[in-house]
Design a binder for this molecule. Structure first.
Ligand SMILES: CC(C)(COP(=O)(O)OP(=O)(O)OC[C@H]1O[C@@H](n2cnc3c(N)ncnc32)[C@H](O)[C@@H]1OP(=O)(O)O)[C@@H](O)C(=O)NCCC(=O)NCCS
Length: 194
């Protein structure tokens, strides 16, 4: 009788490392529409962000064309060049143009694999280079959104405090946690942190 050979065990950390190498980010394209709807149409992803849940291919196309593509910094997070999420940086204007807000989301099936953290770190390296007068990158997370707060902490942001009953999100008045990263922070604007 032939002896059963155990399948080779794969180191989960190695597997995650291999996956993260395949993660990139780039501007959105109209051709992302079918991948886009898979996650932008999922309430698990849109519940904690301002984007409304996409319900049709037409809506997805319009959103990509009218919001994502013209935006000054809206990138698709990709695995093997296929869209699995987004990261967005919104610069303030006028006297407040030294600061910008960052937001992001990842398809639920890819949560917990370090993808958002990698995307945020990649953005940090890029935005402080692209916008040399940018001093402060800030992020807001609803207080229940522990995953997002963890992403910001892993990316080197500082938790500044709790903003009580700060904003309406999807019809509910929410407490938000505010985080920031300054270009002068030791972990701001460095290349080797990705
Ligand atoms: C927030 C979000 C982007 C995180 O994406 P992700 O790719 O899963 O993030 P990462 O894997 O890089 O890191 C998530 C971290 O949160 C941790 N985490 C997740 N849920 C958690 C919970 N309920 N309690 C404690 N930690 C939690 C994970 O363990 C991981 O930390 P670790 O590496 O120390 O273990 C994703 O959940 C998402 O798209 N949510 C919907 C959109 C959203 O909320 N965007 C942010 C708006 S501010």
């Amino acid at each position: 009788m032939q002896q059963k050979v155990a399948p080779p065990s794969v180191d989960p950390l190695l597997e995650l490392g291999v996956l993260l190498v395949r993660v990139t980010f780039r501007p959105f394209r109209v051709s992302d529409v079918d991948d886009f709807i898979l996650w932008a149409g999922d309430e698990q992803v849109t519940r904690t962000i301002r984007w409304k849940t996409i319900t049709s291919k037409e809506e997805a196309l319009t959103f990509i064309k009218e919001v994502c593509i013209p935006h000054h910094f809206c990138r698709s997070i990709c695995i093997d060049d296929r869209s699995i999420g987004f990261v967005l940086v919104i610069r303030w204007s006028g006297a407040d143009r030294h600061k910008a807000d960052i937001g992001y989301g990842v398809a639920a099936k890819h949560w917990g694999q370090g993808i958002a953290t990698k995307a945020v770190k990649m953005v940090i390296s890029e935005v402080f280079k692209d916008f040399p007068d940018l001093v402060r990158l800030q992020a807001f997370a609803v207080v229940e959104n522990i995953a997002s707060q963890r992403v910001l902490e892993k990316a080197g942001f500082t938790r500044e405090g709790l903003l009580r009953k700060y904003t309406f999100l999807k019809g509910q008045l929410k407490d938000l946690v505010i985080y920031s990263l300054l270009s002068t922070d030791s972990n701001g604007a460095v290349d080797d942190m990705v």
